[in-house]
Design a protein around this ligand. Structure first.
Ligand code: PHE
Length: 347
């Protein structure tokens, strides 16, 4: 092969490679100028044909023609490719608004639950857990609930297999009616001091309405140590309320009764809608009821083998749905369970 033929073939390969990666008309035009214009590379090589010895001319001429045809075809192909691309772009309306991808997010109940846990963790509580399917002893007896306590009625609690079990027998299984049995389990598992919170699901035989469901969530808290007082309870709940509802919130205790705490209270937060002045939400009282709480009854400490002469403690149990409703201004509990995305997207 002559030197000229080598140059010709080398140029063809170079042009073909350059055309493959050309991105727009300007790039294509630049290549055309470089290789095909009058002073371009290919006419320059063609000019050298005159210096080729006559006996080699036919062969070199054939190579030259082949290279010319190939380069012209490569330019045509590149042009067609660019043309197709620009037509494709023209068919898309680039001014249309983009489509927003819908990301899922946590359900408001999960949000309130996790945020509550985070607040208590910052105060030194650790998370404990217990079964939803509980026995009567942990749910009632160990918590000092007398056998005739109304919540133990078969019309109020979901019992399992009552054909073979007495609803009062300690090992009869139920769906837990509260997270309080986790207090018992935590104290049985660990010597004092214990400081736990337990978020979880509870079940009661209620007819669902705007403020009741057959299943709901609570977060239980328990702190048992030497010298734990009601002032500790109040400080802890006040801090929780401020973190959850805002810094201006005040709290108050009202006397109440629970078998497992003595004294027992219900605690209210000042109404975050009217700031305590009185409005529709707080029924003009300026206060909104949050949950039950109290000092752990010595009988409960005895039931788990703690010494009530040395140890005292407080406990609280809050309804998560209730807190979510207050916080987000939701007036019907059922909205939280219908899973209507248009509703849930707001939170
Ligand atoms: N377990 C009680 C209830 O479900 C709430 C509570 C928990 C009250 C702990 C006092 C202490 O109503």
């Amino acid at each position: 092969m002559t030197e000229l033929e080598e140059k010709l073939l080398g140029t063809q390969a170079e042009v073909e490679a350059a055309l493959q990666s050309v991105k727009d008309d300007a790039g294509l035009e630049a290549l055309r100028l470089k290789y095909l214009s009058r002073k371009g590379i290919l006419p320059g090589l063609m000019g050298q044909l005159g210096k080729v010895p006559p006996e080699e001319k036919p062969a070199v001429g054939r190579t030259l023609n082949g290279v010319k045809t190939a380069i012209n075809a490569a330019f045509a192909a590149a042009q067609a490719r660019l043309q197709a691309k620009s037509e494709e772009l023209a068919a898309v309306d680039v001014t249309l608004p983009g489509r927003v991808r819908c990301h899922g997010h946590q359900h408001p109940i999960t949000q309130v639950m996790e945020e509550s846990v985070a607040i208590f963790r910052r105060m030194g509580f650790i998370v404990a857990d217990g079964p939803d399917l509980e026995d009567v002893w942990h749910n009632f007896d160990a918590l000092n609930a007398p056998q005739d306590h109304p919540s133990r009625a078969v019309t109020d609690t979901f019992y399992f297999d009552l054909e073979h079990h007495d609803y009062l027998a300690p090992d009869t299984m139920i769906l837990r009616t509260q997270t309080s049995p986790v207090q018992i389990r935590a104290m049985q598992a660990h010597p004092a001091p214990v400081r736990i919170v337990c978020p979880g699901r509870c079940y009661r035989r209620d007819t669902p309405d705007a403020t009741h469901g057959m299943s709901f969530h609570q977060i239980e808290g328990l702190y048992v140590d030497r010298n734990v007082s009601m002032a500790d309870l109040k400080g802890t709940l006040e801090h929780y309320a401020k973190e959850m509802f805002g810094n201006q919130v005040r709290i108050r205790f009202r006397p109440h009764f629970f078998p497992f705490t003595e004294p027992s209270v219900e605690w209210d937060a000042s109404c975050m809608i009217c700031g305590g002045k009185g409005c529709k939400v707080c029924k003009n009282s300026g206060w909104i009821e949050i949950s039950g709480a109290g000092m752990v009854n010595p009988k409960v400490l005895e039931a788990v083998g703690y010494n009530p002469e040395v140890l005292t403690g407080y406990a609280f149990g809050m309804g998560i749905e209730r807190i979510a409703m207050i916080r987000y201004g939701i007036n019907d509990l059922r909205l939280l369970y219908e899973n209507d995305a248009r509703f849930l997207r707001q939170f």
